[in-house]
Design a protein around this ligand. Structure first.
Ligand SMILES: *[C@@H]1O[C@H](CO)[C@@H](O)[C@H](O)[C@H]1NC(C)=O
Ligand SMILES: *[C@@H]1O[C@H](CO)[C@@H](O)[C@H](O)[C@H]1NC(C)=O
Ligand SMILES: *[C@@H]1O[C@H](CO)[C@@H](O)[C@H](O)[C@H]1NC(C)=O
Ligand SMILES: *[C@@H]1O[C@H](CO)[C@@H](O)[C@H](O)[C@H]1NC(C)=O
Ligand SMILES: *[C@@H]1O[C@H](CO)[C@@H](O)[C@H](O)[C@H]1NC(C)=O
Ligand SMILES: *[C@@H]1O[C@H](CO)[C@@H](O)[C@H](O)[C@H]1NC(C)=O
Ligand SMILES: *[C@@H]1O[C@H](CO)[C@@H](O)[C@H](O)[C@H]1NC(C)=O
Ligand SMILES: *[C@@H]1O[C@H](CO)[C@@H](O)[C@H](O)[C@H]1NC(C)=O
Ligand SMILES: CC(=O)N[C@H]1CO[C@H](CO)[C@@H](O)[C@@H]1O
Length: 495
């Protein structure tokens, strides 16, 4: 690959006039061939109306090729026996009602994936603190993280290629994990997203043997296994999806070379045909699903890849009864840009579906001392549209992970870090906070699973599982109505 255009150049090059990206099997035609098709159809109708028997199409070339294009493309159908499950981390000490849903742990999923690995392990990550060196605490809850690190250090000696793409470590987040892994034989590339897009590499996913995958909110951090609430998804025996996620990994990998620039367009090998318009048709636990990965920021989307923001908005738009959202932070702003900018894209969509179609909207927001104080008035403004008489239903609750004395000494712990959305149709599992920067500059990704056509009575779907998790948390003792501005200050103690 020969990257030759910088991100700044790319931004000026991209214009709405550019033809829609066409992957090898995409159904979008370049503008002029679509015109030709319309002309062909019109003249066909005209000739038919005149009673002329057509022997061939009036126009040769792209139009006639378009006319015979299959509607359902076989390459978007996957015959792998994929099995998937949601996984989560629950901070120690939390207890839920007796019969509530419990998912396998993130720790167990990672350990299983490493156990299964035979050829390759690729990890996209934000930062590494699996060994508890950073906190100067001797917390026993660091054990699982240290165990995962120990397994990872053994991987290359098992003849397995371990590749890690990571955001360039800052001094605050620097740790010996990456150095130890490099010495053990892992290949590590630091993806300088701050230089390339002004964002960070915030994605968290694993690909094992190009067959199994994990994607979710958990950082490569010991706290992500025992002290922080996290949600992710694991898919086993699903090379179709693993290969597609691998294309996103290869993008990070290419950008991890010294002095790399972002090519425009991305070479064809990074493009995909699995997207919002033509999701991969796959069975997950014997249940049909339409699945695709979305990616952010737009500059890292090769041809055919749905942008994360577009995926998220389409899931909101596609809801008929409800939209349930669990995120760590929610701000209708570009919170990290200078000067700050108002960015109401997601907020507008939520208000719109609540108002126009009476879709029930619920947001469950993480609340801790690192929460931004300006988030709460914006949330209050969102719930202000609620009106019981006209059945506009928008509710916000704060999810507060209780902290005892020992736990209070662990920095950056005890918070709801999950990032997902579930509607009556679709499950969306992401890696980003919900504010503008995460969709415009920061590298994130999401898995979108559409099971809207599944009949009840089949095996429970991933969407069912996600709805159960949301309802469990929403109704738990740790969730609080956002009813007075004073209350959140007491609850979360933001800075
Ligand atoms: C805090 O909670 C943890 C986990 O539940 C427990 O192991 C620890 O003993 C508690 N510490 C205090 C001071 O209560
Ligand atoms: C939730 O809180 C109530 C009231 O404080 C308590 O009785 C109940 O045991 C708690 N439930 C759980 C699962 O901790
Ligand atoms: C939990 O499930 C059992 C069996 O299904 C039922 O008997 C029990 O009442 C349930 N408990 C609660 C708290 O819902
Ligand atoms: C994946 O496939 C292998 C081989 O067919 C099988 O042994 C294994 O149980 C499958 N894994 C899952 C989680 O279904
Ligand atoms: C990257 O850029 C720096 C500074 O422009 C230069 O010194 C270095 O040789 C370049 N590295 C590569 C691998 O091109
Ligand atoms: C889900 O799939 C159905 C077709 O099965 C489609 O009509 C619908 O638009 C999809 N929903 C979303 C949000 O992608
Ligand atoms: C996500 O939001 C939280 C605020 O709750 C913030 O502390 C955190 O830094 C954000 N994530 C990143 C990667 O900036
Ligand atoms: C799908 O199967 C896996 C493994 O067989 C299981 O752990 C998981 O809970 C199932 N998923 C759902 C949504 O039932
Ligand atoms: C323990 C942990 O994972 N903390 C992280 C919580 O999330 C923010 C944003 O993703 C990180 O900066 C923390 O390190």
């Amino acid at each position: 690959m020969k990257p030759h255009v910088t991100y700044q150049q790319l931004k000026t090059l991209q214009s709405p006039e550019d033809p829609a990206p066409t992957g090898p099997a995409s159904l979008t035609w370049p503008k002029n061939s679509r015109c030709l098709l319309v002309m062909a159809v019109l003249s066909t109708m005209l000739l038919a109306a005149l009673g002329v028997r057509l022997l061939f199409l009036p126009f040769p070339g792209p139009a006639s090729a378009g006319e015979t294009a299959p509607v359902s493309l076989p390459e978007n159908v996957c015959s792998d026996p994929c099995r998937s499950t949601l996984v989560e981390s629950i901070p120690e000490g939390l207890s839920f009602e007796e019969n509530s849903t419990f998912l396998p742990s993130t720790f167990a999923a990672w350990a299983t994936l490493l156990g299964e690995a035979k050829n390759s392990v690729d990890i996209a990550s934000f930062y590494w603190t699996l060994s508890n060196e950073d906190t100067h605490t001797q917390d026993p809850s660091a054990g699982p993280g240290e165990e995962i690190l120990a397994e990872l250090l053994k991987v290359t000696s098992r003849g397995i290629a371990l590749r890690i793409a990571v955001n360039p470590p800052s001094s605050r987040m620097s740790s010996s994990d990456l150095q130890d892994l490099e010495e053990s034989g892992a290949q590590i590339r630091k993806v300088n997203l701050p230089r390339l897009t002004g964002g960070i590499l915030h994605t968290k996913f694993w690909i094992v043997d190009q067959t199994h995958l994990y994607l979710g909110s958990a950082n490569m951090d010991w706290r992500a296994l025992t002290q922080v609430k996290e949600l992710g998804v694991v898919v086993y025996n699903c090379s179709c999806l693993a290969h597609d996620l691998a294309k996103m990994f290869e993008i990070y990998w290419a950008l991890g070379l010294p002095n790399a620039t972002i090519p425009s367009p991305w070479p064809a090998e990074y493009s995909t045909t699995y997207n919002k318009e033509t999701p991969l048709e796959v069975t997950l636990n014997n249940t049909e699903a339409g699945v695709y990965f979305s990616s952010a920021p737009p500059a890292l989307c090769a041809s055919g890849r749905t942008e994360d923001l577009q995926a998220l908005l389409s899931v909101i738009e596609g809801a008929q009864d409800f939209v349930y959202i669990a995120v760590m932070s929610y701000l209708p702003t570009m919170e990290f840009s200078h000067p700050k900018r108002f960015w109401p894209v997601i907020d507008d969509h939520l208000r719109k579906v609540a108002y126009e179609r009476r879709v029930r909207v619920r947001l469950l927001i993480g609340c801790w001392k690192h929460s931004k104080a300006e988030m709460f008035p914006f949330l209050k403004s969102l719930v202000a549209v609620r009106d019981d008489r006209t059945h506009i239903s928008v509710e916000v609750r704060l999810f507060v992970v209780p902290v005892n004395e020992t736990q209070a000494r662990i920095p950056y712990a005890r918070v709801n870090h999950s990032k997902f959305m579930v509607t009556d149709k679709v499950a969306y599992i992401g890696t980003s906070n919900w504010s503008g920067d995460y969709f415009v500059h920061t590298a994130g990704s999401a898995l979108v699973v559409n099971q809207s056509h599944v009949e009840a009575g089949d095996e429970p779907t991933l969407r069912d599982q996600l709805q159960d998790v949301f309802e469990r948390d929403w109704n738990s003792n740790y969730s609080r109505e956002l009813d007075s501005l004073e209350q959140w200050q007491d609850l979360c103690r933001p800075q």
